[in-house]
Design a binder for this molecule. Structure first.
Ligand SMILES: *Cc1c(COP(=O)(O)O)cnc(C)c1O
Length: 423
């Protein structure tokens, strides 16, 4: 690569960046009157400037129309989820009827497992990554217990080899094959929240299907980060939150993907509510549930319009920038961060860390590194310099260079702060 550890190199890279203009459409918190170098977009994305306007529009519709807002105004609430369909489908590589925005992530994982984790006889196990995000561990464990099964034996967790920090795809595929006849569900994240490893979703999906199991994914750290092709990869189901890379605000709504082979089959079991009822007769309030075809037929409640408005503000930015362009910038910005981290540790003997995130293509916009004893001091030092990173016990620092609003200059500032660290 052509990287050079200098301010002028970073400035030139920012000047050449076609997406650089998006940065000015976000509210970047200040530190000593200077914008933070914010590397926590994988935890809570920054606020688009347009978000307040999108929410205000809905408040005004409510003020003007009262209950009639369900059918009047710019975006009638009765069909509110439709305003997300095409944009969400483009975001994750799905057909429009395969996606819906609803609820929150863990709630959706349970709804999806109610449909797609159906243990029968010997085929009752769930295979997943070890050290998954806690909510996923709890959700899976409670699903297994809910079916009267034993998490100790019916959850198979795959962990990295001794001395390694991420999983080898071949080891995941071998484990699926070994367990083939016992598996009901293979459930992985898209990007591992701790190590930053991007899993090979198509390979895992194909292996799950060869084993006769369902393949489901938690894309919390992948949606808005990786180029996804969920339909073509034949993924059975997926869900993601929208407040990380998707910048839709704390506790923001969740997106769901259900492959049409399941979603268009009204016999696919599910938990039902009135909002998933066939839309043209939804308000006839009759007995007897008829699902709307596709993922929309999994909705339970009427749309949380205010938090969905925030999501729409951000989705519009993703649609404008396009995932192809964002992903190209992401690869370059992350490679630059990788370069700066490696240079700094060579130049400053007080630094003591090693990168645990695998190289491309097995990563998105995140690099995690394992620190030595002075890790917490380094984290505090960066904070004092207006550089926001994320500390994960026991000793990992995570950095997300987000292509939507982070600059090459942000990464250079981090580099300077690293050189200025003394223990
Ligand atoms: C962020 C995250 C969650 C959070 O779940 P919520 O229901 O939105 O609170 C769950 N799973 C993973 C993998 C995550 O990264």
């Amino acid at each position: 690569m052509d990287f050079e550890f200098s301010r002028s190199w970073a400035n030139a890279a920012d000047n050449a960046d076609e997406l650089a203009g998006f940065r000015s459409r976000f509210l970047i918190p200040l530190h000593n009157n200077e914008p933070l170098a914010y590397f926590c977009g994988n935890s809570l994305g920054l606020q688009p400037k347009a978000t307040a306007e999108y929410i205000r529009e809905e408040l005004e519709e409510w003020a003007q129309w009262g209950v009639e807002g369900h059918f009047h105004g710019k975006r009638p609430w009765f069909s509110y989820h439709h305003f997300f369909t095409d944009k969400t489908a483009r975001l994750v590589g799905a057909l429009p009827h395969e996606v819906v925005v609803m609820n929150n992530l863990t709630v959706n994982l349970h709804l999806l497992m109610a449909s797609f984790y159906r243990p029968e006889g010997k085929r009752r196990r769930i295979l997943m990554e070890g050290g998954a995000f806690p909510s996923d561990m709890y959700a899976v464990e409670s699903q297994v217990r809910f079916h009267g099964l034993n998490p100790e034996t019916d959850i198979i967790e795959i962990v990295p080899r001794e001395g390694e920090f991420h999983l080898r795809t071949e080891d995941i595929l071998d484990a699926i094959e070994r367990e083939a006849e016992n598996l009901a569900l293979v459930f992985f994240s898209g990007v591992q929240y701790y190590s930053g490893q991007a899993f090979d979703i198509p390979a895992i999906t194909a292996a799950a299907h060869r084993a006769g199991a369902i393949a489901g994914f938690d894309l919390a750290h992948a949606a808005g980060n990786l180029l996804l092709n969920l339909h073509d990869w034949n993924v059975d189901f997926a869900a993601w939150c929208t407040y990380k890379y998707l910048n839709s605000g704390p506790g923001g709504v969740s997106g769901v993907f259900i492959h049409e082979k399941h979603g268009l089959d009204p016999a696919t079991p599910r938990l039902a509510g009135w909002w998933g009822h066939k839309e043209d007769v939804r308000f006839q309030m009759r007995k007897g549930y008829i699902p709307e075809p596709g993922a929309a037929g999994w909705q339970l409640s009427n749309a949380p319009v205010l938090s969905m408005a925030a999501h729409l503000a951000s989705l519009d930015l993703f649609d404008e920038a396009g995932m192809e362009a964002l992903s190209a910038k992401s690869a370059r910005l992350t490679a630059w961060l990788d370069f700066v981290l490696r240079e700094a540790v060579l130049r400053n003997p007080a630094l003591d860390y090693r990168i645990i995130t695998p190289p491309p293509p097995h990563r998105g916009a995140q690099i995690s590194f394992l620190t030595g004893e002075n890790g917490k001091a380094l984290f505090d030092h960066l904070n004092r310099h207006g550089i926001v990173t994320d500390w994960r016990e026991p000793n990992v620092i995570r950095l997300a260079p987000v292509p939507m609003y982070n600059s090459f200059g942000d990464v250079y500032r981090l580099g300077e702060a690293l050189l200025g660290f003394s223990s």
